[in-house]
Design a protein around this ligand. Sequence first.
Ligand code: ADP
Ligand code: ADP
Length: 229
Amino acid sequence: DGAIRFENVRFGYDPAREILKGVSFEVPPGKSVAIVGPSGAGKSTISRLLFRFYDVKGGRITIDGQDISAVTQESVRAAIGIVPQDTVLFNDTIAYNIRYGRTDAGEEEVVRAAELAQIAGFIEQLPGGFGAMVGERGLKLSGGEKQRVAIARTILKAPPILVLDEATSALDTHTEQEIQSALDLVSKNRTTLTIAHRLSTIINCDEILVLKAGEIVERGSHRELLAMS
Ligand code: ADP
Ligand code: ADP
């Protein structure tokens, strides 16, 4: 089911500077929580800790009651799907990039995921951006298109936990709504942590946490936070 708990989490990249100063929150199974706050507040650091890119300096993070520092990085990451700000693609077809993480998936499933993410038209092509390949046979993808590849990959993987890091930030407004509905589809009934800069993308979240300088300073529903401001 994938409940996430941060219990008094402390962290700094350097010992001299604490970035997270005792952060506590819970994402109950199947619920969605968003973290908002100014740039540099520590939002992305929270997702990096959840992925065990770094280990906490104090407190603990649990998934389904299990301290993530006690299990392998691989098994933590296997439970979590992410739609990052910047997606690094492999030098292989878009279909390969979508299938990565669930190599057992059949062709139909890959096509279905690509359709939901609205990239079905070019899944047999190669992404551009690989040195000499640019301008030759590589397809030059926009940031938004790369994000859709990441969304398709996540739709296919269907992980118990989803982390959306500014998921729709690189998209133009025309496609943003369509992508948002694809994301709503993939996050429905899935434990979801959204790292957001804009309130417009998190209207459907069950709880919103406001992070400032490494501390949660407000929490509540979208409506409650609007009433406070
Ligand atoms: P946000 O996502 O809220 O913009 P981050 O979590 O990315 O904030 O960063 C929080 C703070 O940690 C910032 O002051 C940032 O400069 C610092 N920081 C982020 N990554 C590193 C790193 N790898 N090494 C040192 N400091 C970092
Ligand atoms: P984002 O989380 O927005 O994708 P980054 O992880 O690259 O971006 O960095 C977030 C912030 O942390 C930025 O302000 C960046 O300048 C800062 N930062 C990243 N790496 C380091 C580092 N090694 N030392 C200090 N600050 C860093």
